[in-house]
Design a protein around this ligand. Structure first.
Ligand code: TMP
Ligand code: ASP
Length: 239
């Protein structure tokens, strides 16, 4: 039996605990919600429980489809056992439709279909507000090698293919999402972090209703209901 030891790190939505194994950590999902780099703060009742289950579901689905992830097992309502990663400090964003910061930046209508899925990278640095960064800058600043970027790009589009297809069957449009990658103790690039309504835009395919954290970011109401609805669509279960 693995032992949970002291907290190593606390982020905005999760805590990470050491274990007695140096290649594994325990992630604990919180109900805290932030937006605009922490400028807006709140809590979403049971978000931690729901995101733990939703992430577990997606990481299982991805593993079955050959995407290597840090996920090992869900331990209880709020905790997961995962492989310890040294995180590549990039937020990797895939978009199928133009929404959020992309729609704002280019003056496009939210929801415009893109001619093909796109990728962008942001430097993961809260003090700098996670600025957009291009692949030349990533390499010139020694943030990641070309080889690692190639692996990350290939895996990110693969995640998109798997999730988009699965969600379409559940009548959900995958508008965009954010991934994080890291290296395990052997140097393999694995998908890390979470995949949940906190980190994706999910729209109902029929009504275009938002089923994700934009309900919190934009004060649209029915925030908890949206997270519950996503778990129900994925698993057919209420809890
Ligand atoms: P954006 O349109 O605001 O750039 O967001 C793109 C996607 O990334 C969206 O699905 C939400 C997700 N995201 C995060 O997971 N964390 C963040 O800090 C931000 C800004 C976006
Ligand atoms: N990661 C952002 C923050 O912590 C939230 C978001 O927009 O998803 O404020």
């Amino acid at each position: 039996m693995m032992e949970k030891l002291e907290m190593m790190y606390e982020g905005k939505a999760k805590q990470v605990f050491k274990t007695d194994r140096d290649d594994e950590v325990i992630v604990r999902y919180k109900d805290d919600a932030t937006a605009f780099n922490g400028a807006k703060k709140g809590t979403i009742t049971d978000k931690g429980v729901l995101n733990n289950k939703i992430t577990t579901f997606f990481f299982d689905l991805l593993a079955k489809n050959g995407v290597p992830t840090h996920f090992i097992e869900r331990l209880d309502d709020r905790e997961q056992r995962v492989k310890k990663l040294s995180i590549v400090p990039l937020e990797v964003i895939i978009r199928n439709r133009c929404a959020g910061s992309m729609a704002k930046r280019y003056g496009r209508e939210e929801g415009e279909e893109l001619a093909f899925p796109t990728i962008e990278f942001c430097l993961k640095d809260d003090d700098l507000d996670d600025p957009l960064i291009n692949t030349y800058h990533i390499r010139a600043l020694n943030i990641a090698s070309q080889e690692d970027l190639d692996t990350i790009t290939k895996l990110a589009f693969k995640v998109n293919d798997v999730l988009k297809k699965f969600l379409a069957e559940k009548e959900v449009i995958l508008v965009d999402f954010k991934l994080e990658f890291g290296k395990d103790t052997k140097g393999n690039i694995l998908l890390g972090d979470e995949i949940s309504p906190d980190t994706c835009r999910f729209w109902d395919a029929n009504t275009l209703e938002k089923l994700d954290k934009d309900r919190f970011r934009r004060d649209l109401g029915n925030v908890e209901e949206a997270y519950h609805e996503m778990l129900r669509r994925l698993t057919g279960k209420e809890n």
